[in-house]
Design a protein. Sequence first.
Length: 153
Amino acid sequence: MTAAVELAPSVGAAAACRAFGVARASWYRRGRPSSVSPARRERRRSPRALAPAERQGVLDTLHSERFIDRAPAQVQATLLEEGTYLCSSRTMYRILGDAAEIRERRTQLRRPLYAKPQLLATAPNQLWCWDITKLLGPAKWVYYYLYVLLDVF
């Protein structure tokens, strides 16, 4: 790309780009100053966004004993029935996501880890293993089945 930029003033942009296999659009884009200022690149806060105190109030409501095991949609529906509107259920999910609390909010039963059974043969004829293998025959659609039985001991 830099070679095309150096060659372009003497032979022209199209010929330089063709010679080095660079798209002309890339050459022109590189030569143009960026139209987006660094201040605009940062995402501006929406004027409708909740203030940090309001966000904390929503989080406190979701953490209350009454709503600790409910989904945000259920919390919002209950609060609306009582005549209180904090925010949308999607906003509640966003607030929980920012607090790294998007998970199952109810207590879950933890099953103990059981050890897998291990088979141990200490003498002959205690433990057998088997396998069936399909073998290709001499002609099309002809197969042979090989049955194998092994004493593990």
